[in-house]
Design a binder for this molecule. Structure first.
Ligand code: EPZ
Length: 416
């Protein structure tokens, strides 16, 4: 298993290019299942999760061709509408094939994703709403088995805001009979990116980005060419790394427009931020000021940035209160940060982080994607060497992480 060795103390400076968004690319690749014509995506990040998704689609009969960051999918012949456990267990986002397969093939067998480090991650809302659209769904032997010759439009209400739930239902509704209204829909920019792609394939969708999305089903969808939006969480992660090290970085091919809540907190922490058309620059202060936060669905502070801010607060002036309201177990990075000398007390879904003058390098272990990112940020500011184990988590969500950090002057080496 690869490890990442970080020599702390370097102030990040320079510029890097942000990759396409993992959480936009994954649903977009599944949208190709909805048509027999080829769909081409550009700016697709080369991540393990994307490779897993392409493998999953290929074993269903989708023809995949890649050329750098451009991927063309041809789902003309879907021979096997099944998502097997071996692939799904490594990537929960596989549940995103459920809606498209049911809509296109009238049947789908998708392994239950199972929990992950940050929580149980149930898919009951996906099932509840697809059932409301007429699907016969049985959950047995660890698989969701959906059958429905033709989905019917319905008024759907999800009990909580669910990002992939909204995406699954929007894709299913695109080929359903009649109108579907999704109430309490997720407003994340990745949902909007998917809606824009579906519309370019001939779908009739309005309201994406708001909490009520209306979809008029159509008979067929056609091929399209779509560019994946920039990764706002990768952007936020590098902004935090620059902030923590008192650096000065320019992130290109991205924007601050989907990060208002995060930028707000970085400004409160004492950073200087300038945004250009498709770039964002951050200059970090000598010492950060602690910032409290509470995670909530978009456009509020994203849960995927919570771990990174815990690392920032670990070395900031003052005490921060961090509330995690989306996932039930998303503080695993806290114990690892404490190994690096952080002063953190957890009480249920609230973390009290008292800034310390300095962290000390140690050996730590990554547990999930964003927790690993927070350990990288902490390692960049800790005195001495930090060795992060199980960094395959990082490779799932951060393209060319080592190269990008090296380009910004960080002292990192990947240890086989
Ligand atoms: C998406 O996960 C993202 N993944 C996650 O990013 C992100 O943290 C999450 O949204 C929240 O923003 C992708 O887009 C591929 P949810 P998703 O359904 O859709 C509960 C990362 O680091 N829930 O919005 O799985 C659920 O347990 C990943 O890139 C149900 O109870 O999250 C959670 O508490 C991690 N039943 C809350 O809702 C359901 O049927 C929000 O989950 C669905 C969800």
């Amino acid at each position: 298993m690869d490890k990442l060795l970080i020599e702390g103390g370097a102030r990040l400076s320079g510029e890097i290019t942000i990759s396409g968004a993992k959480n936009a690319a994954l649903p977009l690749l599944c949208a190709a299942l909805l048509t027999a014509e080829p769909v081409t995506f550009s700016n697709v990040p080369q991540l393990n999760d994307v490779r897993t998704m392409l493998k999953l689609l290929e074993q269903m009969g989708v023809k995949v061709s890649r050329d750098g960051d451009t991927v063309t999918l041809d789902a003309g012949e879907l021979s096997n509408p099944v998502a097997p456990y071996e692939l799904v267990k490594t990537m929960r986002a596989s549940i995103l094939v459920l809606g498209p397969l049911t809509a296109r093939c009238g049947e789908a067998r998708v392994s239950l994703p199972g929990g992950c480090a940050i929580g149980a991650r149930p898919v009951d809302q996906h099932i509840k709403c697809l059932t409301a659209m007429g699907a016969e769904i049985k959950v047995e032997h660890g698989y969701v088995h959906a059958v429905c010759p033709k989905l019917k439009g319905a008024r759907l209400f999800t009990d909580m805001v669910t990002v992939t739930g909204t995406e699954n239902l929007m894709m299913a509704a695109a080929l359903a009979q009649g109108e579907t209204v999704i109430e309490n829909a997720a407003r994340e920019p990745e949902v909007v990116d998917l809606a824009n792609c579906l519309v370019s394939m001939g779908a009739r969708i309005s309201g994406a980005g708001s909490d009520v999305i209306r979809i008029q089903g159509v008979e067929k969808l056609h091929g399209a060419v779509h560019r994946v939006m920039p990764d706002r969480i990768e952007t936020g992660t590098y902004l935090c790394a620059a902030a923590a090290t008192g650096g000065d970085v320019l992130l290109k091919r991205t924007s601050g427009s989907y990060l208002d809540a995060v930028i707000d907190k970085l400004l409160d922490a004492g950073c200087e931020i300038t945004t250009e058309r498709d770039a964002i620059r951050l200059q970090g202060p000598k010492r950060l000021t602690a910032v409290s936060l509470r995670t909530s669905p978009y456009p509020a502070f994203p849960t995927d940035m919570q771990a990174q801010f815990m690392a920032l607060n670990a070395v900031a002036e003052g005490t921060a209160v961090i509330r995690e309201t989306i996932f039930e177990n998303r503080f695993m990075h806290a114990v690892e940060l404490i190994r690096l000398g952080a002063d953190i007390r957890i009480d249920g879904n609230t973390a009290f982080v008292k800034g310390v003058p300095a962290l000390e390098g140690a050996t730590v272990m990554a547990t999930d994607l964003r927790a690993s990112a927070s350990l990288v940020i902490a390692g960049l500011v800790a005195q001495g060497e930090t060795l992060i184990d199980r960094i395959y988590h990082l490779d799932r969500g951060y393209e060319h992480l080592d190269q990008k950090l090296l380009a910004l002057g960080a002292k990192v080496t990947r240890v086989k």
